[in-house]
Design a protein around this ligand. Sequence first.
Ligand SMILES: [Zn+2]
Length: 230
Amino acid sequence: MNKIIIAILAIIILGGGIYYWFFFGQQTKKIEEAITNLPTSIQSEIATDNLAVNNLPATNIKPDFQPPINRADERVTKKPFGVFITPQNSPIQPEKFSGFHTGADFEIFPEESNAEVEINAVCSGKLVLIKHVSGYGGVAVEQCELDNEPITVLYGHLKLASISLNVSDELQTGDKIGNLGMAESAETDGERKHFHLAFHRGEGIELKGYVQNQEELTQWIDPCLYICDN
Ligand SMILES: [Zn+2]
């Protein structure tokens, strides 16, 4: 009995496969015939269009922006941009912050806990701040342009001693900013070793890591839209 059912199923599947192969084969043939019958100028245009589509970058990284760290998209596992954090719901325990996260946090991989983790400039622009800031430890802020609008880029939880740049330096995309601060030290203001990256609209320096309402959050932009590659 079972054998009969299996045989029937096999026939149905095989038959369906042959039908689809035949049907789609005919469709492709028809399209190819239709293209061949078009004037040559249009034919070459279709070929160029196909080429253009095939050559599109596989990522959404902006041409003038670059990830500050390798495997950036794999690292945003705890606090993405805009997440509402409370001491109760936070993936980090204990948590001292609450509010909407103004940046994205990039975590380190286990093998990086005792290694230097280099952070590079995500865009070209002028460095406008290098200092110790409560909640971050070492911070650098750079002025850049995003879609023809000024923004400031905040690099948080850096080891200040590793920054060999000065305020007013002009950076190029990819230039080294510094290394991540050591976990639970003054370099991270007591936080785990990780990287906080934030994009704030306008030229003014804004250091808040969390804001208390969505309205305020609109002044910030998800950096992952520009530097994460998926
Ligand atoms: Zn953060």
